[in-house]
Design a protein around this ligand. Structure first.
Ligand code: SF4
Length: 481
């Protein structure tokens, strides 16, 4: 694993990819995948790719940039087949180079396979050694390549790709929602804790099957939600139909709770809960936990808007649109200097002085990671004439790094890991600051299954973090806690 340079990291937790897959003979599967990826674009903007199985081989097109920058009519015209998988990437492991763009293509003997991965495998170093001992040369740094190569070796050994995937699931640990295409079949599988989301849908009139990181990807292609892929489950879709099996024993269900706060689109359903509804409830709970004397409530677009509406309705303070977001600036905008970073937020968010001037504001945002963005935002709001800024955050304090597919800093760069709430408020320059409680966040989500990963707030990691990684991230050694 080779994380990005810290200086290039944005000041918030960033998504770590979307996966998509479709099995639909006779349909334009590449175009359907393109639509699905556009719906999932918020989960990664560094690269996009589609691989198609045409019965004989795998065809691939991928590149750096947004989906509509990578794919045009000509590219789609070359991708004809019955099966497609797609991927949008935000790099957490490996670099942001073209060669790290997914789907990753490799082979099992003469049969090509393509693999798309959302998540992070927590420790691939021993597996790299194992692969080297098997005579496998890795070409990149990504954990996704390690997964693909492991499946290849295991399939050769087991004689069947499903058995190969089962073996890989026993060998590799961490977070993964994976779609895999062979020339004639689509596979989708998910880690035993179900950390990253993956849903199954069906196209109308039995035209085929779709899998997507979020249900908004199913909606985009007109597919009906069928169910989530279960933790540890392998789904195979081919001319034989849908075949499901438990690949590995499920662990403690640990859906990423931050998906509800920020990563997922508000129109997606996770574990049966509409993300928008959960966000509104977070705002309502925050209003009861952390009331404020103010004239208006503002939400920081986009993820702060639903909780701001919830906060306003629970508190009786009117909601106003007071911050305009520029939708054409990618989240991966790299800001090499502090001055450029300061300008970066002005390009993305612009306050409306006519709404804000002379007002006491409650401002709802999703999280505080390093604190720089919040500091700049408060400055912008004061410059626009706010007389008081009361910051309310719909996630608890981020105290621990994420190792499951989300780009986070080391402990020393997480502001709340090093400062009290009062010190953070002072740094940010707001009049008051409060975070939702962890209990409040859990209570806001009415999922069918329950069972969340909340490690970045609690330090309770559902998949053990190896000692070396803990040390690199500035976490206390397991031996000392
Ligand atoms: S550590 Fe945080 S961001 Fe990472 S999977 Fe768990 S809840 Fe999600």
């Amino acid at each position: 694993m080779q994380p990005n340079c810290h200086d290039e990291r944005p000041d918030r937790l960033e998504e770590a990819c979307a996966v998509f897959g479709v099995y639909a003979p006779g349909e334009d599967v590449a175009r359907l995948t393109c639509f699905g990826l556009q719906a999932l674009q918020h989960r990664g903007q560094e690269s996009a790719g589609i691989a198609v199985g045409d019965g004989d081989t795998i065809l691939i097109h991928k590149g750096l940039g947004l989906v509509d920058q990578v794919f045009d009519e000509e590219a789609l015209a070359h991708l004809k087949g019955a099966i497609a998988i797609g991927h949008t990437r935000y790099s957490t492991a490996g670099g942001g180079d073209w060669k790290e763009a997914q789907p990753h293509v490799s082979a099992i003997d003469d049969e090509p396979i393509a693999l798309a991965h959302n998540g992070t495998l927590v420790d691939t170093a021993p597996q790299r050694v194992w692969l080297a001992n098997e005579g496998i040369q890795l070409y990149g740094y990504t954990d996704s390549e390690v997964a693909a190569r492991t499946i290849s070796v295991d399939t050769r050994r087991a004689g069947h790709i499903r058995a190969g995937i089962r073996l890989m699931m026993q060998q590799l640990h961490g977070a993964y929602a994976i779609t895999l295409a062979t020339p004639s079949a689509l596979y989708a599988f998910r880690d035993p804790n179900g950390i990253r989301p993956l849903s199954l849908g069906e196209l109308p009139r039995g035209r085929g099957w779709v899998v997507a990181s979020e249900t908004c990807g199913l909606d985009a292609v007109g597919a009906t939600f069928v169910r989530e892929i279960e933790p540890g489950e392998i789904v195979k879709i081919s001319s034989a139909g849908l075949e499901c099996e438990q690949g590995v024993k499920p662990g403690l269900r640990s859906s990423c709770i931050f998906e509800y706060v920020y990563f997922a689109r508000p129109d997606s359903r996770l574990d049966g809960e509409l993300v928008y509804n959960a966000r509104r409830r977070m705002g309502e709970i925050l209003a009861s936990e952390a009331p404020a004397e103010a004239d208006i409530v503002l939400g920081v677009p986009d993820s702060g808007i639903p909780p701001a509406l919830g906060y306003a309705s629970a508190s009786g303070i009117p909601y106003c649109d007071g911050i305009v977001k520029n939708r054409y600036v990618g989240r991966t905008f790299i800001q090499p200097t502090q001055e450029m970073r300061q300008m970066g937020i002005r390009i993305k968010l612009n306050p409306l002085p006519s709404v804000i001037r002379g007002k006491r504001l409650v401002v709802i945002d999703d999280s505080i990671v390093r604190g720089n963005t919040s500091k700049q935002l408060v400055t912008l709001l004061r410059d626009a004439g706010a007389v008081e800024v009361h910051l309310r955050i719909v996630s608890p304090e981020v105290l621990w790094p994420c190792f499951y597919g989300i780009d986070t800093d080391t402990c020393d760069q997480l502001i709340s890991a090093n400062k009290s709430v009062a010190e953070v408020a002072n740094y940010v320059g707001c009049d008051s600051l409060a975070f939702i409680s962890l209990e409040g966040l859990h209570n806001a989500i009415r999922s069918e299954h329950g069972g969340f990963c909340d490690a970045c707030f609690s330090g309770n990691y559902p998949v053990e973090i190896p000692e070396l990684l803990r040390r690199k991230s500035g976490m206390p050694s397991l031996r000392s806690v």
